[in-house]
Design a protein around this ligand. Structure first.
Ligand SMILES: Cc1cc2nc3c(=O)[nH]c(=O)nc-3n(C[C@H](O)[C@H](O)[C@H](O)COP(=O)(O)OP(=O)(O)OC[C@H]3O[C@@H](n4cnc5c(N)ncnc54)[C@H](O)[C@@H]3O)c2cc1C
Length: 423
């Protein structure tokens, strides 16, 4: 293993023998030609073995430049090791924005897109939906460029590639004009209100997150992130579906200081300082958590909340916090939101894997009738056959991987198990 190196949370130790840090595309090509098993490693924020390789890992951390902004086409091209934090600052300075962000800005763009990482918002697809082109070094060492314009369905298969197509060296992303946002928090929303008003609540802002500790039948907090538009009223109702407007800044976990959270209380600010929950300049302490997330079709949102609520006694003691978000439908084959708008239920667990591992099958069973799909980069226990049955485009994705990587150079235990179904 690479000097006992582990992922961000420290719950997974990579088994690869070597970690390479190439500085040029030519060096990436050379490594790929010379090695028989390898895989790209991003910023190590996944909680499972998806980024591992039995032999060699390639980190693109030296590929950290934003390459070009195309104002006419409204795109930005970045080297694949770029993290969202620096990219957002660059775009903001130039008067542009990304359509959405995940909860923290420290992850790499390539790693996030490879696993369908997402933020929230009824009209916002996951972060990979912004990819319009990608440069990738494939198993034979050749550099290929795939684009939405030219490669149609193949492109839709390649974007959420789970690291299986090769090493992505460059990405082009759609951008929009910069915008300001405000963030407001309401507290103590009864679960029962979501039966009739879930759509009203999540559609009422650009991005909405609901947080609960599942200790009672209520959501502790609802975070509304709204675009600030000229002339829009800044006055908010003190009460919303029985939830009350918070009177000071809040951390999603009750009792923790909000000092590291992005500004709330309706204070306007730039998009990249409101879309994530945590400040860009705050480095989260590595480690003391595990994460799981399931996506269910949007129309089953309340049934899914009810299903988890039935397990409240089991869930609450192991939980730090749970977050509900909405994600728009997309066309990307391996997206949990392929052709269906979804609601996601995320769990930040205390770091007690033996107990969490026992609980996950119970949650998966509760959500099975709703066709819940797990997040590719988080922890789950669903059997591979079940997972495979949930992806209509899986056979096409298998074929795509075989086409780009006939010898299985970029295959690892995770892909063998969940994509190719090895026992
Ligand atoms: C604190 C924390 C908060 C998080 N918040 C969110 C959230 O809000 N929303 C959400 O959806 N997820 C969230 N995640 C999950 C996270 O976004 C995903 O696990 C994501 O894949 C991590 O990106 P990474 O760069 O660390 O990739 P890694 O974990 O290093 O790798 C993930 C995958 O990407 C592939 N990959 C990486 N770089 C390349 C490349 N250059 N070419 C080809 N393949 C590549 C790897 O091979 C692997 O398959 C969070 C995780 C943590 C730890």
């Amino acid at each position: 293993m690479i000097g006992n190196q582990s992922n961000w949370a420290g719950n997974y130790t990579y088994s690869a023998a070597r970690l390479h840090r190439p500085e040029t595309v030519e060096q990436v090509q050379e490594l790929i030609i010379r090695r028989s098993k390898l895989k790209a490693l991003g910023t190590r924020h996944s909680f499972n073995g998806i980024a591992d390789s039995p032999e060699d890992l390639i980190s693109l951390e030296q590929f950290d430049q934003v390459m070009a902004l195309d104002r006419e086409r409204r795109t930005v091209t970045v080297n694949a090791g770029v993290r969202y934090g620096p990219l957002c600052r660059h775009l903001y300075r130039e008067g542009y924005a990304l359509h959405n962000l995940a909860s923290l800005p420290h992850i790499s763009v390539a790693g996030a897109c490879a696993t369908a990482t997402h933020g929230s918002g009824d009209r916002n697809g996951n972060l990979a939906t912004a990819v319009s082109a990608m440069e990738i070094v494939t198993a034979d060492g050749e550099v290929s460029v795939l684009s939405r314009e030219q490669h149609g369905e193949q492109f839709h298969g390649a974007v959420i590639g789970l690291g299986g197509l090769g090493v992505v060296t460059r990405l082009t992303l759609d951008i929009v004009l910069t915008f300001d946002m405000r963030q407001d928090v309401y507290e103590n929303l009864p679960l029962a209100q979501l039966e009739d008003h879930f759509d009203d609540i999540v559609s009422s802002a650009y991005s909405v997150s609901l947080f609960t500790d599942w200790r009672s039948a209520r959501f502790n907090q609802v975070w509304f992130k709204r675009r600030v538009t000229d002339g829009a009223s800044s006055e908010l109702e003190p009460e919303l579906f029985e939830a009350t407007l918070a009177t000071s800044h809040r951390h999603p976990i009750a009792g923790l200081s909000a000092v590291n959270c992005t500004e709330q209380m309706g204070i306007p600010g730039p998009w990249h300082e409101r879309l994530p929950h945590f400040r860009m300049d705050y480095t989260p302490s590595s480690g003391e958590e595990l994460q799981t997330e399931y996506f269910v079709p949007r129309q089953h949102a309340f049934a899914a909340f009810h299903a988890i609520d039935r397990l409240r006694e089991h869930v609450a003691p192991l939980l730090q916090i749970s977050e509900v978000r909405t994600i728009a439908a997309d066309n990307l084959w391996m997206s949990p939101c392929y052709k269906q708008a979804c609601v996601s239920i995320h769990f930040t667990w205390k770091k007690n894997w033996p107990a969490v591992r026992k609980l996950l099958p119970m949650i998966e069973q509760q959500l099975a009738s709703l066709n819940a799909r797990p997040h590719w980069g988080k922890l789950f226990t669903m059997p591979p056959t079940r997972l495979q049955s949930l992806y209509a485009k899986l056979p096409d994705f298998q074929q795509l991987l075989r086409y780009y990587d006939p010898q299985g150079k970029f295959r690892n235990a995770f892909l063998d198990k969940y994509i190719f179904g090895a026992p």
